[in-house]
Design a protein around this ligand. Structure first.
Ligand code: GLU
Length: 444
């Protein structure tokens, strides 16, 4: 069964790039009727915060990306310890004692000589006695995974195609800090194996991690999952800007962006499929295909999101927005006003036009007497607007703008807005007659 996972580190709020990764993992699993797991990568205790975990849950719920299971790395430390001991016994992890400063000096020397800044494996040459001596001096080791240099590392990436790395050109990755805490790399492989993850889909910034992780899977006796790395998301100015890095679900919600709009955009951004306000997730899922993903960075434009949002808002049913509408605004109100709003919040403004009071604005002498007649001719029926305008047209000969505009202004106080045929029944007979009469008496 296709099993994917979204594995955020709870060290900050999810930004639009993380949201996209979560969405694509959800889509990949759901398209195939598989499982989408949430894994909280909280091994960095100093930087992980419970509030961010809560935020991740809230954001996924808002987006409608419901995980089929959830795990936390901080609760799985015993499992990592056991695997670590196995790798240690097999000589695949080794202790290192260099300080960050020492490593930095070596890097600078390598770079100065035009060499790639790869860890020189000096610690691998230390004898057991030398290691013991370091520890007797009170230096606790950090640990590296020993890459096997025998063969190139290759995989067929779901987005990038054939990938090949020479392990000799990679540093043995640090997997554990001197205080015993884990970096995410090894625990991630252990978890992916245990949780039956079949597909790892993540950002292209992880490509070289994948090369080393493939060897970790093998060292742990497992077959690596399939990997796919999507091109990163960039802002209109061409990189993942500070702004994009801070744009998360809360900010979008405040702007009136619907989760369905974000989903519709991010599902297809950077793919060869058209970005459309598709509200139907089944349709989005059916067309989801890693083969459509491009290698170029995906450009995220807020104007495009606003455009998609517009299209999505116009498809929202009353049941979907009911809780966010003003008191008293029923289904007929939503359906009348929906074509005229860019966000659900704007419905309140139009609803205040329905409930009144309204100011008719400037009207000519002629329009005022026309409106006085309208107040008299108004009869309440199934179709009061068609009846009223029909009667006025027949009697006064007015048509088009001359017929409709003064009525709209008197009834709504505005020159534009939702269809009057839908609004008038909502305004109601008494209020409508009063507004027409008041406008007729207003000062020109
Ligand atoms: N916690 C890691 C990150 O957020 C997970 C990466 C992965 O998907 O494997 O970068």
């Amino acid at each position: 069964m296709t099993t994917t996972r979204f594995a955020p580190s709870p060290t900050g709020n999810l930004h639009v790039g993380n949201i996209r990764t979560a969405l694509h993992n959800w889509m990949l699993a759901k398209r195939d009727g598989g499982r989408f797991l949430l894994r909280i990568d909280d091994t960095d205790q100093a930087r992980s915060k419970e509030a961010y975990v809560d935020g991740i849950h809230a954001d996924l719920a808002w987006l409608g990306l419901v995980p089929d299971g959830e795990e936390r790395q901080s609760e799985r430390l015993a499992i990592y310890e056991e695997a670590f001991e196995r790798l240690r016994a097999a000589g695949r992890v080794y202790p290192c004692y260099e300080t960050a400063q020492e490593l930095e000096v070596r890097r600078k020397i390598q770079l100065g000589r035009g060499l790639p800044p790869i860890y020189d494996r000096a610690a691998l040459a230390l004898s057991d006695e030398e290691c013991a001596a370091k520890e007797a001096e009170g230096i606790a080791p950090h640990w590296r995974f020993r890459l096997d240099h025998a063969e190139p590392i290759a995989w067929d990436d779901g987005v990038r195609g054939a990938q090949k790395f020479d392990p000799a050109l990679l540093s043995d990755p640090v997997i554990r800090r001197a205080d015993g805490s884990w970096l995410y790399m090894l625990p991630s492989c252990i978890d992916d194996i245990e949780m039956g993850v079949t597909q790892v889909l993540r950002g292209e910034d992880h490509v070289s991690n994948t090369a080393t992780q493939i060897q970790m899977f093998t060292a742990l006796g497992a077959t690596p999952p399939a990997f796919a790395h999507e091109a990163l998301l960039v802002g209109s100015e061409g990189k993942l800007s500070k702004r994009l890095g801070s744009l998360g679900c809360d900010a979008f919600r405040e702007q009136g962006i619907e989760p369905g709009a974000l989903v519709a955009l991010l599902a297809r951004l950077g793919t060869s499929l058209p970005v459309e306000p598709l509200a139907d997730r089944a349709e989005l899922l059916a067309s989801f295909d890693l083969a459509t993903f491009g290698r170029a960075p995906a450009r995220f434009e807020e104007a495009e999101l606003a455009r998609i949002n517009h299209g999505i808002v116009h498809q929202l049913t009353y049941a979907e927005v009911e809780e966010r509408l003003p008191e008293g605004m029923g289904e007929a109100g939503w359906l009348a006003i929906r074509p005229n709003v860019a966000t659900v919040a704007e419905a309140a403004d139009w609803w205040s036009v329905v409930t009144g009071p309204v100011e008719p604005g400037d009207l000519s002498e002629e329009d005022r007497s026309f409106l006085a007649r309208a107040a008299e001719l108004l009869v309440w029926s199934e179709t009061p607007w068609a009846d009223l305008t029909g009667a006025l047209k027949a009697e006064t000969g007015r048509k088009g703008k001359a017929l409709f505009l003064p009525l709209r202004q008197a009834l709504t106080g505005r020159a534009h807005g939702p269809e009057m045929a839908a609004l008038l029944p909502l305004i109601g007979e008494e209020a409508a007659r009063t507004r027409l009469a008041l406008a007729a008496k207003s000062q020109g």
